[in-house]
Design a protein around this ligand. Structure first.
Ligand SMILES: Nc1ncnc2c1ncn2[C@@H]1O[C@H](COP(=O)(O)OP(=O)(O)O)[C@@H](O)[C@H]1O
Ligand SMILES: CSC[C@H]1O[C@H](OP(=O)(O)O)[C@H](O)[C@@H]1O
Length: 400
């Protein structure tokens, strides 16, 4: 892309001024880069009256590693396009795109700074009552309307092409399904976890189930996924929930997004064992997390089935009982993917502060062991769950 340059604060500010779209002509603007994600730059441009917007720019490499890990700028186009597509069917829970420039790999977004990033909040034991229901609405609605149940076959095939995202998918394929299950330089864990890691790496049953999950990820363009539904990609307040950052979006297995979300709530559940010392307070937080998982599973299925009953356009897919069967398989897949998220966030390249932020070494190690065991058991037993109730019961039985 010939015109690409990486912005600094002054260049981001000047770009927004030249657009002349977002602020009063004589506004006194300030700009500050404050991104804390693994991949991109995030600038806030604000005026003297407290109005502000977000300018996100992709770097030609992964921010967390540096220039030694080159990465396509096309991820900015994918991210903005997924937000727009998901916004069309679920405006309430999707961050709004205000402007894009593919050559500069720029997306201008509404500033959600009045809300809070969910991961940080959960780590402070703050709770959001609508979380499970809202994420279920987002996942069920976006995945239904971009599935074969709703899209015309030619429309769907064109979208699959538009959202082909090989470089970012390759990161997921490596980090979720390969690295943790073999000796790999990118893995990152304490020597005290070696025996736990070897147990995973030497379990033929586990490796077979992980192979199945990876194969599905490769080969099941069921719907347009967000692709990275972790708790750092969710803004929340007491009345609403918004999803950001779908640069890993592509047409893939619907259970991957649902499983990533559940996996992140379970990572936080495990982390609370090392974070909150007082038992009643810890139990309260953990019970909140389980309630949100249950709500999310219930609402996801109910919303999906209601949409399918009313809006399925493909004649064959209207066959009695087929939508139910499809959603039950999504939930099984989700449990498996939740397990892979627990494992890769514990011993792979990209950890979560929920666990890494536990100061006491021995408490952190115990939490990591629990997360690995929980992930392993979820992957091994996911296929046994006949429905959402047994899926939830499996989680409860493994965690308590
Ligand atoms: N629309 C937004 N409004 C307010 N802050 C945002 C917005 N988008 C991103 N951010 C901030 O920037 C951080 C990194 O954004 P993210 O999209 O996760 O970047 P990356 O793609 O590098 O992971 C978020 O944790 C959040 O603090
Ligand atoms: C080298 S990418 C690692 C990891 O980072 C992404 O998350 P985010 O950009 O939101 O911080 C994604 O989960 C990748 O797996």
């Amino acid at each position: 892309m010939a015109d690409y340059i990486t912005f600094d604060n002054a260049q981001a500010l000047s770009y927004i001024e030249q657009l002349g779209e977002f602020f009063e002509p004589n506004a006194q603007l300030t700009c500050n880069e404050f991104g804390d994600g693994n991949l991109n730059l995030v600038f806030r441009i604000a005026d003297q009256n407290g109005n502000s917007i977000i300018l996100k720019q992709a770097l030609p490499y992964a921010r967390c590693v540096g220039e030694s890990w080159p990465l396509t700028l096309d991820r900015a186009r994918i991210e903005a396009s997924v937000l727009k597509k998901h916004g069309l069917v679920c405006e309430q829970h999707t961050a709004k795109v205000l402007h894009t420039n593919d050559d500069l790999a720029i997306t201008v977004l509404e500033d959600l700074g009045h809300m809070a990033i969910l991961r940080s909040e959960l780590n402070l034991a703050k709770t959001y009552p609508k979380l499970g229901a809202d994420v279920a609405t987002y996942l069920a609605t976006s995945s239904f309307y971009y599935s074969d149940f709703y899209l015309k076959p030619a429309e769907k095939k064109a979208l699959v092409q538009e959202f082909t995202n090989p470089e970012l998918c390759s990161i997921t394929e490596d980090l979720f399904f390969d690295d943790p299950y073999r000796a790999c330089e990118r893995n990152n864990y304490a020597p005290e976890l070696e025996a736990d890691v070897l147990r995973l790496q030497q379990s033929p049953q586990l490796l077979r189930q992980v192979a199945q999950l990876k194969h599905l990820f490769f080969s099941a363009p069921q719907s347009l996924l967000h692709g990275d539904v972790h708790t750092g990609s969710i803004f929340a307040d007491q009345s609403d929930t918004k999803l950001i950052d779908p640069e890993f979006g592509f047409f893939g297995p619907i259970g991957f997004d649902l499983g990533s979300f559940i996996g992140n709530l379970l990572l936080n559940y495990c982390a609370q064992n090392g974070r909150i010392k007082e038992t009643p307070k810890r139990r309260q937080m953990q019970s909140y997390l389980l309630t949100q998982i249950q709500q999310c599973l219930n609402d996801f299925e109910n919303i999906w089935l209601a949409l399918a009953a009313q809006h399925t356009r493909d004649l064959s897919l209207q066959a009695p009982g087929y939508a139910q069967h499809f959603v039950e398989q999504i939930i099984k897949d989700a449990l498996g993917y939740a397990g892979t998220e627990l494992i890769r966030r514990t011993i792979g390249l990209a950890h979560v502060v929920d666990i890494d932020g536990i100061e006491d070494d021995s408490a952190r190690l115990q939490v990591q062991k629990q997360a690995l065991l929980l992930g392993e058991q979820l992957i091994l037993h996911a296929e046994e769950c006949e429905n959402k109730e047994s899926a939830y019961q499996l989680i409860v039985s493994l965690i308590q």
